[in-house]
Design a protein around this ligand. Structure first.
Ligand code: GH3
Ligand code: MG
Ligand code: MG
Length: 342
């Protein structure tokens, strides 16, 4: 407030090479970044605004924490630079709120070096603390460092997310892979046990796929796997998930779903597959069919028992002539010997 933010004689906007408008490349490159300056001293605020804008960043200003928070509602700010001493909420309180609600880095400025410690500011989540009076070049260096660190963190997160996604995705079909299937099924079984929800599982296998490969080649077979995966996905509700279980086998986890409802989903998939036309050779239209096994989770049973039953149901479909849906449920304990093949 009353302490000078900087030695005004140190500020020579035209003299500094970074500030020159002649350096158009830099101005263009930095323009995506938006900096919010918060200071109740109009002189300081306006001079900083001019400096930061001339340095190639977009900048907006506020005279109080309250005004700053209002601006944050409608502006995608990357970095906030705030004085600590402000009327109303102070800069540390503002930092605290910003860090809780937004993905924004904060640099705090103070002229009261004995009153506020670096540690205090960092504890509130500030990325840096700068003591007044400072040279604008120093502020610019710190601002650039904060933005660079921010970029590094974002790049790392992006790579991490990509790797994480790759680790659970089947390369050919882009469905989730087997590893993710087991993890998700375990999660769903856990939810099922905790909340008493029902849980259904489908196992799907392409009929006579070896013959398709033998007749038209492996590459044409791959196209069928890709298209079939898209068809399966298109038949699911948002909470359902599809997986490539093995070569030409797929699974679908249907959370909070009872047998009858699962049958509807299975029917939708079966019909959509039957209606699809493949063109493995010019003028050669081929349709394919799938056999589906359906089952429901039985309280407290092992994950492997659950999967085996879906597998058994699918084999029942094969044994009965393929291109069909078979259900296999566990009867309640009183009738446990009496399984009910669908
Ligand atoms: P069924 O109706 O009994 O399931 O007969 P099927 O021929 O589909 O079953 P089988 O287990 O005899 O053969 C599976 C075939 O699936 C053989 C294999 O070439 C094919 N297959 C498995 N993975 C892939 C793949 O990634 N790409 C292609 N193109 N074919 C695959
Ligand atoms: Mg198979
Ligand atoms: Mg097959």
């Amino acid at each position: 407030m009353s302490t000078p933010a900087f030695k005004k004689q140190e500020l020579d906007l035209e003299a500094s090479p970074q500030l020159s408008y002649k350096n158009k490349t830099m101005v263009k490159k930095e323009m995506d970044e938006l900096v919010l300056i918060v200071d109740d001293d109009a002189d300081i605020k306006d001079t900083m605004h001019e400096f930061i804008t001339r340095s190639g960043y977009n900048s907006i200003t506020a005279s109080s924490a309250e005004e700053a928070l209002e601006l944050l509602k409608s502006n995608r700010v990357n970095v906030a630079i705030t004085d600590i001493r402000l009327p109303g909420k102070d800069g540390l309180q503002l930092t605290d709120i910003i860090k809780q609600k937004h993905d924004i880095d904060v640099i705090v400025m103070t002229g009261y070096s004995s009153e506020y410690s670096y540690e205090e500011a960092i504890k509130k989540g500030a990325s840096d603390l700068i003591f007044k009076p400072f040279r604008f070049e120093e502020l610019l260096i710190r601002l650039k460092k904060v933005l660079k660190d921010r970029q590094v963190i974002k790049d790392r997160a992006r790579v991490f997310n990509k790797l994480e996604k790759l680790a659970i995705t089947d390369g050919l079909t882009k469905l989730y892979n087997l590893r993710h299937f087991y993890n998700q099924l375990e999660v769903e079984i856990g939810r099922c046990s905790r909340y008493g929800h029902s849980l259904a599982l489908l196992l799907l296998d392409i009929d006579n796929f070896k013959m398709y490969n033998d007749s038209y080649g492996h590459l044409e077979g791959d196209k069928v796997l890709v298209r079939l995966s898209q068809i399966i996905k298109s038949c699911l509700r948002t909470m359902d998930s599809a997986y490539r279980y093995g070569g030409e086998e797929f699974t679908v986890i249907l959370p909070e779903t009872k047998g009858e409802e699962a049958k509807n989903v299975a029917n939708r998939i079966k019909t959509a597959v039957e209606l699809e036309h493949f063109l493995p050779q010019p003028d050669k239209v081929v349709t394919i069919t799938i056999s589906i096994g359906l089952t429901e989770y039985f309280k407290n049973e092992q994950l492997s028992t659950f999967i085996k039953r879906a597998d058994q149901a699918m084999y029942n479909s094969k044994a009965k002539g393929r291109n069909r849906i078979s259900s296999l449920f566990v009867e309640p304990p009183s009738n446990q010997n009496n399984r009910n093949p669908g």
